[in-house]
Design a protein around this ligand. Structure first.
Ligand SMILES: *[C@@H]1O[C@H](CO)[C@@H](O)[C@H](O)[C@H]1NC(C)=O
Ligand SMILES: *[C@@H]1O[C@H](CO)[C@@H](O)[C@H](O)[C@H]1NC(C)=O
Length: 426
């Protein structure tokens, strides 16, 4: 009797040991799978935290993404025909940049030091824009930072498009680059659980997702620890150290171009859009797959806004004074969501070094595409101003669209489930 007891105790001990050993092994593999995003966080300044969990970024040297070699670019005659040469400040800046380019001078301007570029510009503005002080404060702020194009990187994902957890080729067919803001945790999670889910879709098409963030104003709660956790956990956040604001979205778009040229040049298509839109990912993939090769390599598609002009009502958030810009806007795709060919990224980024920043990001994108000689492709499936109220809940209508603005996280979940329901007969 005693012998059996000892024996069973021994068996129990051995099994406990085996279970423990196995569990440790498992933990280790899980850890090494997660090592990707962690490694890259080590590069960034957010990695070091003091005991309060506040980032000690000032003590560390921050890195900025080095500029990739820029290709020779030329600006289409179409842009010169679309944008008049006159006395408005932006128009003058454009034509002076074009003259520089023609002279073979440094077309890309000086890569101003991020910490100094605002001060330098201040004096220049006072002398060159006669009514500068009458501009809305935010627009004045935009103008001061117009030449500042190298904000420090806070969160990066350099391996996003390269290594695929040992599965080899990880080139995305489609990269979702979603404009978000630090506090929009719920929106991001809804996107991850619905249309932005990463993985392999129909016909083996690989989809990757990134959220693009600026930084919160100093008076806001410090979200940096939460964000660095989120970045480690999901591996899908890019963050730069510039303040989130409507007029900084052009800078955000430029950072996306810079990032993709360096870290994801092989993506077939890039989607740029907001975190409060709903995308019917299978429909978008079907559309992209259906394109002729000549179109697929020159794509700039979305809801096209043609014949738009600057709004001259000072209270409007898109107000543009006549002394700043004088002329119509080239046709552009609404910034709520549009797609472009990966093949255009390098040229687009290069041309953006020539075209001065414009305070409205989607108008600016339109100008850059115009400079490349690429016209926007209208697609009725992109509804950046939403659809008629009576159809918003209609799953059959939604199923045939590609993008709808705007939907709450809860609506996204409901819609995603609805259009995927097997019971849906349209
Ligand atoms: C670059 O900066 C230098 C010195 O600050 C200046 O002389 C030069 O004109 C600038 N070049 C361009 C293209 O802005
Ligand atoms: C853009 O970001 C910079 C850097 O954080 C900030 O100084 C500036 O105020 C922001 N611009 C606008 C228009 O908010």
């Amino acid at each position: 009797m005693r012998r059996t007891k000892t024996l069973s105790a021994l068996v129990l001990l051995v099994s406990l040991f085996l279970i423990f050993f196995y569990a440790t092994l498992h933990l280790e593999t899980a850890y090494s799978l997660r090592a990707g995003p962690e490694d890259l966080l080590r590069d960034t300044s957010l990695q070091v935290h003091d005991s309060d969990g506040k980032a000690q970024s000032s003590k560390q040297e921050r890195f900025t993404i080095p500029l990739p070699d820029v290709l020779n670019v030329s600006v289409s005659d179409g842009l010169k025909q679309a944008i008049p040469q006159n006395g408005a400040y932006w128009n003058r800046l454009l034509y002076s940049a074009l003259r520089n380019l023609d002279k073979g001078g440094n077309p890309f301007g000086n890569e101003s030091d991020w910490s100094l570029c605002r001060q330098k510009n201040q004096e220049h503005l006072q002398t060159n824009v006669h009514d500068f002080t009458s501009y809305p404060v935010l627009l004045q702020d935009f103008l001061k930072g117009m030449n500042c194009r190298s904000p420090p990187v806070l969160l990066n994902q350099p391996n996003k498009c390269i290594s695929g957890e040992g599965k080899g080729d990880n080139r995305p067919f489609l990269l979702f680059a979603i404009k978000s803001t630090p506090g929009n945790f719920e929106q991001r999670q809804a996107v991850r659980e619905t249309w932005g889910r990463e993985g392999v879709y129909q016909s083996g098409l690989r989809v990757h997702t990134l959220f693009l963030l600026g930084s919160s104003p100093l008076d806001d709660p410090d979200l940096s620890s939460l964000l660095s956790f989120e970045a480690r956990h999901f591996g899908d956040l890019l963050q730069w150290d510039f303040h989130e604001s409507l007029l900084n979205l052009t800078l955000k778009m430029n950072m996306l171009l810079q990032w993709t040229v360096k870290y994801c040049p092989t993506a077939s298509f890039v989607f740029s859009g907001d975190d409060d839109v709903f995308v019917n990912t299978p429909a978008l993939l079907r559309y992209l797959q259906s394109l002729e090769p000549s179109k697929a390599s020159q794509l700039y598609a979305g809801q096209v806004i043609s014949r738009a002009s600057p709004l001259r009502v000072p209270k409007n958030k898109y107000y543009i004074p006549l002394s700043f810009y004088d002329g119509p806007y080239p046709a552009y795709a609404g910034g709520g969501g549009f797609v472009l060919s990966g093949a255009l990224l390098q040229r687009l980024y290069s041309i953006s070094r020539v075209i001065p920043f414009y305070p409205i990001d989607d108008v600016y994108a339109g100008m850059c595409f115009k400079a490349l000689g690429v016209s926007p492709e209208a697609n009725a499936g992109f509804q950046t101003f939403d659809i008629n109220e009576q159809y918003r809940e209609n799953l059959c209508v939604n199923k045939n669209l590609i993008l709808i603005h705007r939907r709450s996280p809860q609506q996204m979940k409901k819609l995603w489930k609805g259009i995927h329901s097997l019971l849906l007969t349209c």
